[in-house]
Design a protein around this ligand. Structure first.
Ligand code: PMP
Length: 290
């Protein structure tokens, strides 16, 4: 049996799971989304993802037509329908079907889609030997325009950065904000380790408030590792002892080279490996059963 996709309360086979070409999610990238993960039958950080989805929607004045509890119920039902224990859940809410103009008032009911599938962001071998990244020239969106905290369906800012990374022959790119400070990568938050402390850019540097980022900060506090949200430059990154990226799909991935500079000793760092170990333990216990 093939994959079943949830659209507005009904399940469709993958081949038949379609939305209208008049949906403003397609016409304008007008909508919001979430990426959530399950580990062995537990949904990791479900409340955090649901809250972020509704906050993104609130920021763009999109009223999600079902309550948070109903959304959680729909996610669980989709997972059970597909009999998946380890899944990547893509949850999206589009503005809905409108006409060819921008006006969101002309769109009827927002469309809710839930896809449960697998995702592989980077080749497995890179988790062992570490990733190489580059700084690219596409700036991260400024908060006065499309705030990076909104997880919107318009990801062109990130895709342009990803294209630059691919053109440079690597998998991932560091994006700077309009002031030239480090923001984040195309689909991940960034951390460095310097003299035993863990550092990551603050939200106002222009980053998504990553849920994996939050989990790593919580783990560090619990383990009494000093952790600070600090404005960072490329210089700070070049001279860090360790570097890693965090994201729901990527989890925690070490970075060993940036802009042709070796990071630390050029191998995944000790603290990074410790945090990966703690994170893996957390995903086994901290979750909502479905
Ligand atoms: N930054 C961006 C731009 C993202 O799209 C994502 C999620 N893919 C992240 C950071 C990581 O966020 P999370 O840990 O909540 O998945």
């Amino acid at each position: 049996m093939g994959l079943k996709i949830y659209i507005d309360g009904k399940f469709y086979q993958k081949e038949d799971a379609k939305v209208s070409v008049f949906d403003h999610g397609l016409l304008y990238g007008d909508g919001v989304f979430e990426g959530i993960r399950t580990y062995d039958g537990l949904i990791f950080k479900l409340k955090e993802h649901i809250d972020r989805l509704y906050q993104s929607a609130h920021a763009i004045m999109l009223d999600i037509p079902i309550s948070k509890d109903e959304m959680v119920g729909a996610i669980k039902k989709t997972l059970r329908e597909n009999d998946m224990k380890d899944a990547y859940i893509r949850l999206l809410v589009t503005r809905g079907i409108g006409d060819l103009g921008l006006d969101p008032r002309k769109c009827g009911r927002p469309t809710v889609v839930i896809i449960t599938d697998k995702i592989k962001l980077y080749p497995q071998e890179l988790y062992g030997k570490g990733l190489e990244i580059v700084t690219i020239s596409t700036q991260r969106n400024i908060h006065q325009a499309v705030n990076p905290q909104i997880k919107s369906l318009n990801y062109l800012n990130n895709i342009l950065a990803k294209v630059e990374a691919i053109n440079a022959g690597v998998e991932e790119a560091v994006m700077l904000n309009s002031e030239g400070y480090v923001a984040e990568c195309t689909g991940d938050n960034i951390f460095i380790v310097k003299d035993g402390s863990l550092l990551t850019p603050p939200i106002h540097s222009g980053v998504l408030r990553g849920i994996t980022r939050g989990a790593v900060i919580d783990i560090a506090r619990l383990k009494e590792i000093p952790v600070h949200e600090e404005v960072l430059t490329r210089y700070d990154l070049f001279n860090s002892d360790e570097m890693f990226l965090t994201g729901t799909a990527a989890e925690i991935i070490p970075v060993v080279r940036m802009d042709r500079r070796k990071i630390g000793d050029g191998k995944p760092g000790k603290m990074t490996l410790k945090l990966i170990g703690e994170f893996n333990k957390l995903t086994k216990v901290d979750g909502v059963r479905f």
